[in-house]
Write a protein that binds this ligand. Sequence first.
Ligand code: PHE
Length: 347
Amino acid sequence: MLQKLDDMLKDFRERAATTDTGAHLSELKAEFLGKKGKLNDVLKSLKDAAPEERKTLGARANELKNRIQEGFDARMKELELAEINLRLLKDRVDVTLTPSLRDEGLTDAGYHPVTLVQREIEDIFLSMGFAILDGPHIEDDYHNFEALNIPKDHPARDMQDTFWFADMHHLLRTHTSTIQVRGMEAHQPPFRFVGPGKVFRNEALDASHEAVFHQLEGMMVGRNISVANLIYFMKTLLSEIFRRDVEVRLRPGFFPFVEPGFELDINCLICGGSGCSVCKQSGWVELLPCGMVHPNVLRYGGIDPDEFNGFAFGLGLDRLVMMRYHIDDIRHLHSRKLAFSRQFRAY
Ligand code: PHE
């Protein structure tokens, strides 16, 4: 009888080790410890045994019950863990794929054209030794205006229709010049960097005006930097972008943070300078405001204008995107229409 009890434990352990679900394991336990289970059969037969034997057998049966319960608990834990792991594997959700896009068969969309052009221009600047900096979309008055030589009552603030927060101190940045201010705060000259990103203005929307658009602004600060350096970098940049030699010219332009300030034009690449509708018969297309950084702006950035100077420029990325891909309305860029974005899959 004792042997039978020992065999029973061995049998349970062997079979428990091969169960593959909690339900099967519970069935197995019932087969041994249940009302009509094997252990009860043995216990029932105890009444025929001698009193001495009954005592040892009873104790052993009790021990067996405990061992089986322990074996059950341990195996159950293993099975539960295996089940959780399996479910984690199976239930994985690809959060980047919404069902609607997948249903349309659009699983391999391309980059947005603004991203494409931004990356291309970043690469050009990286190759010319410029760093790439970033800055917040939500700015304060100081970084967007004050430190750029645009004091509170300055009429130049009206040039940019600003989205103010209710505290009239924070705003959505109206230009990426804020990154210049932050770059000067964080670096000691000589340095050169660009800062690309979204900017926001409270514009009336039309084919060439959006409330959200993109700029890439940059600056180079060091000793004895001249307008010739500015022209060299801008010419190199534009020749790379348009993949051919371009002519540039500077006209005076007013921006409070540069002195002198310029509008940089390139020769019209459509007509080659002879005059067409794109360049309004002038042979030149206005592309890029720029200038020598105003001494006040250097001072705000913690830089001594008697020792250092530099140039700064701003590129409108959306304008370049439109020229590159022949897009005639800026509103397409934020239209969120798949038919529009899908066209750039090949790039
Ligand atoms: N920050 C100016 C704008 O958004 C552009 C600019 C940048 C002009 C740098 C000159 C130099 O209008």
